[in-house]
Design a protein around this ligand. Structure first.
Ligand code: ADP
Length: 286
């Protein structure tokens, strides 16, 4: 890390930085663990043009979740620019592999987060899903929200990138007809929005934390669908969650439709290896 950025951060923290080490695992920014004599901090840096807005939105998303007092997020200390770097500085969470008990706590606290409601689906600000823009324009109807703010923008992008042909993309009318059958009595819940296994941490003192959110008010099963897409969480997570917010007969079909959004995002970010999974779901439902 550049010496002048280190000096700048020392000033913000009001502590001398003793050690800086790279943290691997992210795919957008460069991440570091910063240690002082008494504390540890997590820092992400990226180009200003790419990430200043993204870091502000990430900080706001973490704060929105923290404000519910249901599940913790790392405390954000600062986000700003320094020379040509954008940075986001937060508390470092020393984490461990989750036990069955930890998954119970995560399931319970996520269900509590999902009990935070709103009038409409969406949010008052847009955000990002990975590095792609995510529109949160509010709708009172979940079918409209899910088609116009989730599936349709990703279909359009996939078409622009020549990853899907027009003939492979279902019309809004067709999607509307299929989804209206499956999306009934759905209420807005506060979601993490990108809940794969890289986006939670269990601290060494057994506390679950959510990181890297793409928050909005949507159907609670969206987070559960994402949690199952790439490997899944421990069984006790799902058991405890379902005791608080039960699943229904339509849940497993809806989960595939919700996974379609994340698969389209992966198709648009990482290319053709996600095409078959996308096509399988399209064929089944539209
Ligand atoms: P990116 O936005 O570039 O994808 P991530 O937010 O996923 O970066 O973070 C990269 C890595 O850092 C992940 O492996 C994650 O587990 C870890 N990480 C994220 N936030 C913290 C934190 N506050 N404390 C400790 N480790 C963290």
């Amino acid at each position: 890390m550049q010496t002048d950025l280190k000096i700048h951060l020392s000033g913000i923290l009001n502590e001398n930085i003793e050690r800086v080490s790279t943290v691997h695992g992210g795919d957008i920014s460069t991440a570091y663990k910063i240690e002082t004599v008494t504390n540890a901090y997590f820092l992400k840096t990226n180009q200003v043009s790419k990430a200043l807005n993204m870091f502000e939105i990430e900080a706001n998303g973490l704060q929105l979740i923290a404000n519910t007092n249901t599940i913790k997020t790392p405390k954000v200390l600062a986000y700003n620019r320094f020379d040509n770097h954008a940075f986001l500085l937060m508390e470092f969470i020393e984490s461990k592999s989750p036990s069955a008990k930890d998954f119970e706590h995560l399931g319970q606290q996520l269900a509590q987060l999902h009990q935070c409601d709103s009038e409409n689906f969406g949010l008052d600000t847009d955000n990002f899903i990975g590095s792609l823009p995510q529109s949160n324009t509010q709708h009172s109807n979940w079918v409209d929200f899910y088609i116009h703010e989730r599936l349709h923008p990703q279909f359009k992008l996939a078409h622009r990138k020549s990853l899907l042909a027009s003939s492979e993309i279902p019309s809004v009318e067709k999607m509307g007809n299929s989804l209206s059958q499956l999306f009934k009595n759905i209420k807005p819940s506060l979601l993490h929005g990108d809940l794969w296994s890289g986006n939670y941490l269990i601290s060494e003192d057994d506390t679950p934390y959510l990181i890297d959110p793409a928050v909005y008010f949507g159907h609670n099963e969206v987070d559960i669908a994402m949690s199952k897409l790439f490997g899944g969480f421990g069984e006790s997570f799902y058991q405890v969650y379902a005791e608080i917010i039960p699943f229904s007969n339509e849940t497993s079909a809806r989960m595939e439709i919700y996974q379609l959004y994340y698969l389209l995002v992966h198709l648009n970010l990482f290319g053709n290896s996600y095409r078959n999974s996308v096509k399988t779901i399209l064929k089944k439902f539209f």
